[in-house]
Design a protein around this ligand. Structure first.
Ligand SMILES: Nc1nc2c(ncn2[C@@H]2O[C@H](COP(=O)(O)OP(=O)(O)OP(=O)(O)O)[C@@H](O)[C@H]2O)c(=O)[nH]1
Ligand SMILES: [Mg+2]
Length: 310
């Protein structure tokens, strides 16, 4: 059973165009024509990094590191500083790179998708289902968003597009009962992957957060090792607030990874570095468009290259 890897460098590059423009093009403009970098230029670069949502502390550290390495004038060339920034950003992403899934060890492999309202959970479930199906796996999705009336219909459309099975219970207002049914079908009918879509919930609403734990308990009752993954979906446009969302969800449930969506529409893609640096939770997938094929596996090197390469 193979882990799906959806990687398309050109699509990633075009998806990250706004972020690239914000980070690298600004830096390139600042240093262009300067054979040797003075202190003022380095400070300007620091400001660019901070304003790209990489985060204050992370940016400070990168600049400190740069200063250290650029001690003598011979090294203070424009290309050198770009190389250093690139290397530092890559290192941040590799520090927490536990992007190993054991899809082949667990059957069914259960993935619970959580997050606040409107971040792209349902869309991402559709995209994931499509990718897993395409890589030859038997996929079932559970419509556990019983909160919004149109949620069932929306997931149904995605399940059709991805050509996978869906379990929904239009009469029940209890997400746990839909989850129970989905897992049961998955066990009986030998599914490889179970994807559970949940309702958007604000992290400061205690009863909604508690509901997540109930869903998890129900899953565990049927399959003791599951859920294998609890993935928090974050809208890439969110900026600083993304850190808070991840913090709050972590308090009530063990997150195994993040999915950052809508990176195509934002210049704030630098948030991925801040998230890694502060939260130490790996990013598993990123969304770079609304289409079914617009979810990519997160590969640190590729991500950094897509931002740096013109
Ligand atoms: N541009 C872009 N749009 C996206 C991406 N992912 C999701 N969207 C859009 O974001 C909007 C919300 O997506 P949903 O999947 O409904 O979000 P949700 O988290 O399920 O929303 P609730 O269930 O209401 O909490 C839709 O218009 C999606 O098309 C992405 O990677 N890029
Ligand atoms: Mg939804």
């Amino acid at each position: 059973m193979g882990l799906f890897k959806n990687l398309n460098f050109e699509k990633l590059k075009s998806g990250l165009a706004k972020t690239r423009n914000k980070i690298i093009n600004s830096i390139t403009e600042t240093i262009s024509g300067k054979a040797v970098l003075d202190e003022k230029t380095i400070e300007e670069i620091e400001e660019i990094l901070i304003s790209s949502d990489i985060g204050f502390e992370t940016s400070e550290r990168i600049i400190e590191k740069s200063r250290e390495l650029l001690k003598n004038d011979k090294n203070r060339t424009s290309q050198n500083i770009v190389d250093i920034i690139k290397k530092e950003l890559t290192t941040i992403l590799y520090k927490e790179n536990s992007n190993q899934n054991n899809f082949d060890k667990y059957k069914p492999y259960v993935i619970l998708i959580v997050g606040i309202n409107g971040v792209g959970k349902t869309t991402t479930v559709g995209k994931l289902a499509y990718n897993f199906k395409k890589s030859g796996l038997k996929v079932i999705v559970g419509a556990a968003d019983t909160f919004r009336a149109a949620a069932n219909e929306q997931l149904d459309i995605w399940a059709n597009r991805a050509e996978v099975q869906i379990v929904q219970n239009k009469k029940s207002s209890d997400p746990s009962s839909v989850v129970f049914e989905t897992i049961n079908v998955a066990i009986k009918e030998n599914y490889d992957i179970v994807l559970i879509d949940t309702a958007g919930r604000l992290h400061n609403k205690a009863h909604l957060m508690e509901e997540l734990n109930k869903i998890k308990r129900v899953i565990k009752k049927l399959i003791s090792y599951a859920p294998n993954d609890t993935l928090l979906v974050i809208d890439g446009n969110t900026g600083q607030n993304a850190i808070m969302q991840a913090d709050e969800f972590s308090k009530v449930t063990d997150l195994t990874g993040l999915i950052i969506t809508k990176l195509d529409g934002t210049a704030k893609g630098g948030i991925v570095f801040q998230i890694y640096d502060k939260l130490k939770i790996p990013v598993k997938y990123i969304g770079v468009g609304e289409g079914i094929d617009d979810l990519q596996s997160f590969e640190p090197n590729l991500f950094v290259n897509a931002i740096f390469e013109n």
